[in-house]
Design a protein around this ligand. Structure first.
Ligand code: F6R
Ligand code: ZN
Length: 191
C-alpha cells in the first residue's frame, strides 16, 4: 500500500529528552503512581500503610508519554521514572505487567540511576537484569516486567514496544513475581 492510501497518515514528529535528567520535555500523558496505588504489591503491607499515612501518600513513580495510535506497525515509547526508597526492607518497584498482546517484546534503556529489571513468565521462569546508565535491557515476548530501584536517586529509563501491545496488570496482581529485592545489612539481596 502506498503511504498516500493509508487513512490518517501520521505526520513525523520529534520529542525532546533531557539526557542528563532523563526527563521528557513535553509529554502528552503523565501517569502518576503514588504509594497508595501499590497496595498489595509489597511483602510488608504495614510498612506501606505507614508510609502512606506518615508521609502523606508520596509519589512512587511516573510515566511520561507522547502516545501514538494503538496500531500494529506503530511504536509506543515512554520514559519511566521510579523514585528511590524502601517499603520495610524491600526496594521501591513498579507494579509490573504483561502486555495484553503477550507476544510483545520491549526494549528498555536505562538513562539514570541503578536497579534491576525483573522478569517472569506465566510458566514461572524468572530473570533479572541489572539497570545502570547506558544499559539496554531486552524484554522478550511473553515476559512480565517490573523495574526495581536499588539506588539513592530516581531510576529513569526509556522504553519502546509495539503500539497495539496494551497492558495486562491483572495477572501480576494475582500471581506476583517469584522473587523480591531487599536491602539486608547494607547489601542488595534477591530472594
Ligand atoms: C511499558 C512499560 C513501562 C512501564 C513503567 C511503569 O510497557 O513497561 O513504561 O509501564 O515502567 O511500570 P508499570 O506499567 O508496571 O506500572
Ligand atoms: Zn511493558
Amino acid at each position: 500500500m502506498k503511504p498516500e492510501e493509508i487513512n490518517n497518515l501520521l505526520m513525523p514528529f520529534s520529542v525532546e529528552l533531557n539526557l542528563e535528567t532523563g526527563e521528557m520535555l513535553n509529554p502528552k500523558n503523565h501517569i502518576v503512581r503514588k504509594a497508595s496505588d501499590m497496595k498489595g504489591y509489597y511483602a510488608d503491607s504495614d510498612a506501606l500503610n505507614n508510609l502512606i499515612e506518615k508521609k502523606n501518600d508520596p509519589l512512587h513513580y511516573e510515566v511520561f508519554e507522547v502516545p501514538v495510535p494503538a496500531e500494529s506497525g506503530q511504536l509506543m515509547y515512554c520514559i519511566s521514572k521510579l523514585q528511590p526508597g524502601k517499603i520495610g526492607d524491600e526496594f521501591f518497584m513498579t507494579k509490573g505487567h504483561y502486555h495484553s498482546i503477550a507476544e510483545t517484546a520491549e526494549l528498555y534503556i536505562c538513562l539514570r540511576g541503578k536497579g534491576y529489571m525483573a522478569m517472569k513468565t506465566s510458566a514461572g521462569k524468572w530473570n533479572a537484569q541489572k539497570m545502570t546508565r547506558g544499559k539496554m535491557v531486552y524484554v522478550p515476548p511473553c515476559w512480565a516486567h517490573r523495574s526495581i530501584n536499588t539506588g539513592k536517586e530516581p531510576l529513569i529509563s526509556f522504553c519502546v514496544y509495539r503500539g497495539d501491545a496494551g497492558h495486562n496488570y491483572g495477572d501480576i496482581e494475582q500471581e506476583g513475581f517469584p522473587k523480591r529485592i531487599f536491602e539486608r545489612g547494607g547489601k542488595v539481596v534477591i530472594e
